[in-house]
Ligand binder design. Sequence first.
Ligand SMILES: [Fe+2]
Length: 317
Amino acid sequence: MVRIAHAVLTVRSLEASREFYVDLLGMNVLHEEPGALYLRGVEDREWTLKLVQEDHARVRHLAYRVAGEADLDALVALAERQGLPYRWEEELDRPRLLRLQDPFGIPVAFYHESQKHRWLLQDYHLHRGPGLQRVDHVNVMVPDVERTMRWYMDELGFRLSEYTVDEQERYWAAWIQRRGGVHDLALTNGAGPRLHHWAYWMPDITAIVRTCDILAGARQPERIERGPGRHGVSNAFFLYIRDPDGHRIELYTSDYVTVDPDFEPIRWLRDDPRRQTLWGAKTPRSWFEEASDMEAFDGGVVPAVAGDLTGIPVHVI
Ligand SMILES: [Fe+2]
């Protein structure tokens, strides 16, 4: 397992999505075909977000890149051993995509082979909008954070960087990683599985503030849900925005590295006001309650289930 790699989201209007992701956020269109757009940030050498026109807005799958074909064989063996549904799919320039449903109902996919494209990072004259740079992480709401976290750590080799517990030391959220940053995957307590957000790394804080100015200029301030601000967890500077279908996108920058093998995970108490926002700002209720549905293996929606700890922390507007 190398890293988080792409998301495929369904949207109700590809034109409304194009206006949001391409015209306002400035994402680069790598490929388009009737009913689908393949997008990337300026550092992404591959597409990292595919939008598909449907009559509903859901998560088709979340994909991770693996180091080689042998890793795909190992994942097939894992799926066989644990009775997880799986099949082979193809996505544009990814001829062997292993699509499976994890034990918690999250639609995931894994691939190695993919076509690389010319880097745009230093083609500054082609940059548009606030400058989304590269895919950074995904955050999934699940009803049992600890059980989900253990599976990803035990079976897929993820490592823990930060975690949140309640007064009884029960896991409320976890940030786990493969590539030496704070996280490729965050797990947050809530009715799920549902996609909480898909996140892009930004070149700097100014680019995040500029996103707010661009959305305000376009008379779409309602797309700004939370922030900008500084997270306690991860130390990242952040902004949460909602696309025309309500899919939540985080723009994120300035976290830290976790590559040392003896890295000590950082523990937070759920109701510590510095955890969510270091500055103590409260979080809108929608941020804890709203998320995107996920597709079941044979179509339809994975039912969202609430867990024992599902509820709203205290620092809410
Ligand atoms: Fe995030």
